[in-house]
Design a protein around this ligand. Structure first.
Ligand code: NAP
Length: 283
């Protein structure tokens, strides 16, 4: 395949390496701080490619591409003006605003972060990163600790499995009864959302995976001062961080873990997902 990669972070740099190893014809743009930049204009670098891979996340302000390894900004508009209808644009976290521009230019666009297989596999490094943080930031072993996980989605499921494997006493919150039954069936203590206050005072560590405020003032007041909260959820997170600080409960909001703790695995996952997209679209 002929592929152009435009901007991105360490994961994308590793992805470029993997694509080249797989014998694709790869051009790059938006990496002029590194020695991997193809020496061509934006238009030239994407002209012949079937697939254009943008950053993950695509943009931080909906105006410029996310290009930490480039000394100049590249606007989204500038890129989209140069993409043709028969090319596919793949990037991560394509917002409504960005999507409205790709629709305007009639560009076929796929959001990598909306791919379920990528979200599931990314949850592994997120959960591992959470466990790593817990080991670094507490003075207790995971073994024997009372640990509550809020949310039993992709990250919650994997985290519960890892913590159980380390012999923690694992308490898992969910709000629907099917999830609560699964939690019980795996041998964890199941806790309905409405009952978490009964368990919070016993916890050494709380992992939040719910992207909605769960641990507000009332809940935080119930925790012991030695407890640690690790919030893994995306914005707005699940914790009133300001209140936690006032009360004296230590919190860590750990975002972007896959790229931080496992950039190589993240790149491999991105590559597989891109191949799946391309195969499904028949490129
Ligand atoms: P998920 O599979 O959608 O799971 C989310 C969980 O939160 C589900 O159990 C869901 O319950 C629950 N939930 C959502 N809204 C709720 C509410 N208002 N009240 C109570 N429960 C609620 O998501 P995931 O893949 O596990 O990811 C979890 C979070 O981590 C997301 O915010 C994701 O963006 C973020 N994330 C962070 C990193 C990182 O590096 N920190 C990496 C990947 C993902 P129901 O099933 O009942 O809706």
């Amino acid at each position: 395949m002929k592929i152009t990669v435009i901007g991105g972070d360490e994961r994308t740099v590793r992805l470029i390496d993997l694509l080249i190893k797989d014998k694709h014809k790869v051009k790059t743009f938006g990496f002029n701080k590194l020695d991997i930049n193809t020496n061509e204009s934006l238009r030239e670098s994407i002209k012949e490619s079937e697939v254009i891979i943008g950053p993950l996340p695509c943009s931080k302000d909906n105006i410029c591409l996310n290009t930490p390894f480039n000394s100049e900004e590249i606007t989204i508009e500038e890129l989209f003006e140069n993409i043709k209808k028969d090319q596919i644009f793949i990037a991560g976290y394509i917002t409504e605003e960005i999507l409205s521009r790709t629709n305007f230019y009639n560009i076929s666009t796929v959001d990598l972060l909306a791919r379920e297989e990528l979200a599931i596999l990314n949850a592994i490094s997120t959960a591992e990163g959470g466990v790593q943080l817990a080991m670094e930031e507490t003075d207790r072993t995971i073994h024997g600790s009372n640990i509550m996980i809020l949310g039993f989605g992709r990250v919650g499921k994997l985290l519960a499995k890892m913590l159980k494997g380390l012999d923690a006493n694992v308490f898992v919150e969910a709000r629907n009864h099917a999830d609560l039954a699964w939690i019980k069936s795996y041998g964890y203590q199941s806790v309905h959302l409405d009952q978490i206050e009964d368990y919070l005072p016993k916890m050494d560590l709380i992992f939040n995976t719910i992207p909605s405020l769960i641990l507000g003032e009332e809940m935080l007041e119930m925790l012991r001062k030695e407890s640690l909260i690790i919030d893994l959820a995306s914005k707005p997170g699940g914790v009133d961080f300001e209140k936690a600080k006032q009360i004296g409960i230590k919190t860590i909001w750990a975002l972007g873990l896959p790229g931080k703790v496992a950039p190589q695995t993240s790149a491999e996952i991105m590559k597989e997902s891109i191949y799946n997209i391309v195969s499904e679209l028949g490129v």
